[in-house]
Design a protein around this ligand. Structure first.
Ligand code: FAQ
Length: 313
């Protein structure tokens, strides 16, 4: 079949909301766009384990420790589904991971900020998982089948994560003067970086137009950011805390909250590798990859042995 006909069939499927599956014909640029987004999403989940991992040994109670361990393990699982979804597009996991370690591939800017107090674990659950859900609920309807299906399960787990984060902050917000201050301080530090998770403004987002046409993205960066602000501006009232933005105000005409300008200089600085923890995060991932080499080799050898045994039987 001529390429023009294949392209027509592909576009028709997109328009009719039929998922694109790994063995279907797809334009090379669509394949590459998905590899870029899904692999960077996978890296974000894996690097995202580090800031919270920092508090597993210091969680204030055994129960909190168990919950945090389970949450961090969930993030590892999300990374693995997403690496598998990336592999269905014809790249190996090693190639994908090498791109992270060489600095070629990005991961979410949010994970380059430090976790200074226990309240940061609450703020990550509430704000970071909260922002992730707003983005990922949209992605359950993305056009590439394996990515959409991975998102359904991930969203269920993320919604638990958000509630556990909120509950940590709610407990602190009802505590001593110091605990209340710690809660507000964490919100102050995580609020703006969590707004940056949605990416640049639409007018400065080079990938958005094509990704929307292909229904990889179903809502724009600014639309999703606005939904997040509207949701959090209400939830913060329950905590009795405030968001660090003097411009945050309900706009009756727009039926949305207005909010202040993001510091885009800070955003691009972090994305380009110069945030407070970029070096630390990448060093930790490179070290884990190096030290885990024997585990990967042992697992591969065991799989080979099992295959040979099954064949002989
Ligand atoms: N950080 O043209 P656009 C989580 C890059 S998961 C770093 O707008 P696009 C779970 C972008 O890649 C969080 N880089 O790009 C969890 C592109 O560079 P490139 C991760 C960013 O793709 C919670 C360039 O800027 N979620 O949190 C960022 O249309 C708690 C131009 O940008 C996902 O990855 C950023 N914030 O829209 C884990 C969701 N924003 O690739 C542990 C899937 C933009 O050309 C603990 N991804 N860039 O080199 C998406 O929805 C999209 O890729 C966007 C960006 C919205 C992130």
């Amino acid at each position: 079949m001529a390429v023009q006909d294949l392209e027509k069939i592909f576009q028709q499927k997109i328009e009719q909301e039929i998922k694109i599956e790994p063995k279907d014909w797809m334009p090379e640029a669509y394949r590459k766009a998905n590899i870029r987004q899904i692999s960077q999403h996978a890296h974000s989940e894996i690097v995202g384990m580090l800031p919270e991992g920092n508090w597993i040994s210091r969680a204030p109670t055994l129960k909190r420790k168990q919950i945090l361990l389970a949450k961090v393990q969930d993030e590892a699982g999300h990374g693995l589904y997403l690496y598998s979804a990336t592999e269905t597009l014809g790249v190996t996991r090693e190639e994908t991971i090498n791109d992270l370690h060489s600095g070629k591939a990005k991961y979410s800017s949010i994970f380059n900020y430090p976790t200074l107090t226990w309240a940061d674990i609450g703020a990550i659950g509430w704000l970071v998982d909260g922002a992730a859900i707003v983005n990922q609920v949209m992605l359950t309807r993305t056009s590439y089948g394996p990515y959409a299906r991975a998102m359904v399960r991930i969203c269920k787990e993320e919604s638990f994560h958000q509630r556990q984060g909120f509950e940590i902050l709610l407990t602190l917000s009802k505590g001593s003067k110091e605990q209340k201050e710690m809660c507000q301080d964490a919100i102050n530090r995580w609020w703006w970086p969590s707004l940056m998770m949605f990416g640049p403004n639409d007018k400065d987002s080079p990938h958005s137009e094509q990704s929307m046409k292909w229904k990889i993205k179903r809502k724009s960066n600014d639309e999703l950011r606005q939904s997040f602000v509207d949701m959090i501006a209400e939830q913060v009232k329950v905590l009795g805390m405030r968001l660090p933005d003097d411009h945050l105000k309900w706009n009756e005409e727009r039926k949305h909250y207005d909010f202040g300008e993001i510091d885009w200089k800070e955003f691009w600085n972090v994305v380009k590798g110069n945030g407070p923890c970029n070096k630390q995060r990448l060093d930790a991932r490179r070290k884990a990859w190096k030290e885990g080499k024997w585990v990967r080799e042992a697992a591969a050898a065991y799989a080979e042995k099992r295959k040979a045994r099954q064949k002989a039987a």
